[in-house]
Design a protein around this ligand. Structure first.
Ligand code: NAD
Length: 395
C-alpha cells in the first residue's frame, strides 16, 4: 500500500467561525479580492446575506486596515470569467483572494489565484482541452469559505471551468492550488433554498461514495467516506425539509468537507465522469446533474462487476455503502440503490431531459466522458452500451 494525502493547510470548522477570517487575512496581504456568488438581483451576494445574518465581513476587514474589492460570480465559472477576474485582480494590485459562496465562487477564486501566480493564459493549463502547461508556482494566498454543502471545493486541488468553445467542463488542477485556509461555518448554509440544498447535498453524498469505490482509495479517504456517508444519509432529508435545522446543516457541511478531502486524494467515478461533459453541454447545475445519475451509476457499476469482474473488491464495498446509507446492517446493494432512488424522488430531482439532454447527443457525451479524469477512477471500465444505458435511465 502507498498513498499521498494533501488538503488545505488549515481547516477551521464550526458555527460562527466566519469571524476567524478577520484574524487570518491581515497576515496574508492588504489588498483583498472577495470572489462571491450572486444570490439574487440586484447584485445581492453571499456577502450581503452574511451581513444580514449579523457579520459585515467587509467592514470588519476595513477596520483592520485592509482594502477589499468584490468580484461577483453569477454562474458556474467559465474560462472567460476567470480571465476577467485575473484582469480585475491585476488592476487592483490584489495580494490575497477569498472565495465566499458555493463551488462556483470558490473555484473562481482558486483559478484566479493560481493563474495570477503562474502567468499566461488560463486555457493552456486546463486538462483535456489545454496545452499541457503545468502549474509550477503556489497560488497567491487563498481562503475558501463555502456557503453550500456539496462540492468540498474548499479543500480540493482543482477548479472546474467551462469552455464555451469546446462545450465541456474541465479542471485546472495542481496541489499548489489548495487553499491556505478553509473556514467552514455551517450557519452560512442555512439560507440555501430547498432545491439547491437537495442538488448540492446529493453532490456531497456522491462525493463520499465515489472515492470509497474508486480504483485508488486509501485508509484516510475510506474513514472520511464512511463518516461522510453516515452524516449525509441521516441529514440530507432533514436539511431539505427544514433549512434552519442546524444539526442537519452541520452534518452536511462535514459530509461536503470530507467528500472534498476524499475526491482530491482518491479520485471519483462515473457520476462525475459524466457530469463534466453534461454540465458543459447543457449548462444544468452540477449538483442536479450528479443527483440524476447517482442511482443508475451504482446499479450499472455493480451489474458490470458481477458480470465480468466478480473478484473486484468494490462489489463488497458497494454492499458496505448500502449498509451505511440505509442504516441497516443487513442491507444489500439493491437496497442501497432503492434508497438512493427514493431519496432522489423525495428531493424532487429532475431527470436530465429537463436540461435538454437528447438521445442523439449520447455518442458525443460518452466520447467526452470516457477521457475525463473522474471516469478513469471508476471501479470498472464501462462499455459504450453501459454508458448509454446510464444516460437513458437518467433522462
Ligand atoms: P453554486 O456555487 O453554483 O451555487 C448554486 C446556487 O446557490 C447559486 O445560485 C448561488 O447563488 C446559490 N447560493 C450559494 N450559497 C447560498 C446561500 N448561502 N444562500 C442562498 N443561496 C446560495 O453551486 P455548487 O454546487 O456549490 O458549486 C457548483 C460548482 O462547483 C460547479 O461549477 C461544479 O463543477 C464545481 N465543483 C467543483 C469541485 C471542486 O473540487 N473544485 C467539486 C465539485 C463541483
Amino acid at each position: 500500500m502507498d498513498f499521498n494525502f494533501s488538503t488545505a493547510t488549515k481547516i477551521v470548522f464550526g458555527r460562527s467561525k466566519i469571524k476567524e477570517i478577520v484574524k487570518a487575512l491581515p497576515m496574508m496581504g492588504k489588498h483583498v479580492l472577495i470572489v462571491t456568488n450572486k444570490i439574487k438581483d440586484p447584485e445581492y451576494t453571499n456577502i450581503d446575506s452574511i451581513r444580514e445574518q449579523g457579520f459585515d465581513i467587509e467592514n470588519e476587514l476595513h477596520s483592520k486596515g485592509l482594502e477589499t474589492q468584490r468580484f461577483i460570480v453569477s454562474s458556474e465559472p467559465s474560462i472567460e470569467l476567470i480571465e476577467a477576474g485575473i484582469a480585475f485582480a491585476k488592476k487592483n494590485n490584489i495580494e490575497v483572494l477569498v472565495g465566499i459562496g458555493g463551488g462556483s465562487a470558490i473555484d473562481s477564486a482558486k483559478a484566479i489565484s493560481a493563474i495570477l501566480a503562474n502567468s499566461g493564459d488560463c486555457i493552456d493549463y486546463l486538462e483535456v482541452i489545454g496545452k499541457g502547461k503545468q502549474i509550477t508556482k503556489k497560488s497567491l494566498p487563498f481562503v475558501a469559505v463555502p456557503t453550500t454543502s456539496g462540492t468540498g471545493a474548499e479543500v480540493t486541488a482543482n477548479a472546474v471551468l467551462s469552455s464555451q468553445e469546446h462545450n465541456v467542463k474541465v479542471s485546472l488542477r495542481s496541489p499548489l492550488m489548495i487553499a491556505d485556509l478553509a473556514i467552514i461555518d455551517p450557519e452560512l448554509t442555512m439560507s440555501v433554498p430547498a432545491a439547491i440544498t437537495a442538488s448540492t447535498g446529493l453532490d456531497a453524498l456522491t462525493q463520499v461514495i465515489e472515492p470509497f469505490v474508486s480504483k485508488v482509495p486509501n485508509p484516510i479517504t475510506d474513514s472520511l467516506c464512511r463518516e461522510g456517508m453516515k452524516r449525509a444519509s441521516r441529514s440530507l432529508g432533514k436539511a431539505y425539509m427544514d433549512g434552519s435545522d442546524i444539526e442537519a446543516r452541520e452534518d452536511m457541511s462535514v459530509a461536503s468537507l470530507f467528500g472534498g478531502m476524499s475526491l482530491a486524494n482518491a479520485k471519483l467515478g462515473a457520476v462525475h465522469g459524466f457530469a463534466g461533459p453534461l454540465g458543459g453541454f447543457y449548462h444544468g447545475p452540477h449538483g442536479a446533474i450528479c443527483a440524476a445519475l447517482l442511482a443508475h451509476v451504482v446499479e450499472i457499476n455493480v451489474r458490470a462487476m458481477k458480470e465480468r469482474d466478480a473478484d473486484n473488491p468494490n462489489l463488497e464495498r458497494y454492499t458496505e455503502v448500502a449498509k451505511i446509507i440505509t442504516n441497516n446492517p443487513k442491507a444489500t446493494v439493491e437496497d442501497g440503490v432503492r434508497w438512493i432512488a427514493d431519496l432522489v424522488k423525495t428531493l424532487k430531482i429532475k431527470g436530465l431531459s429537463a436540461y435538454g439532454m437528447k438521445e442523439e447527443d449520447f455518442p458525443h457525451i460518452i466520447e467526452m466522458s470516457a477521457v475525463s479524469s473522474s471516469m478513469k477512477g471508476n471501479c470498472i471500465e464501462l462499455t459504450q452500451q453501459e454508458m448509454n444505458e446510464i444516460l437513458s435511465k437518467a433522462m
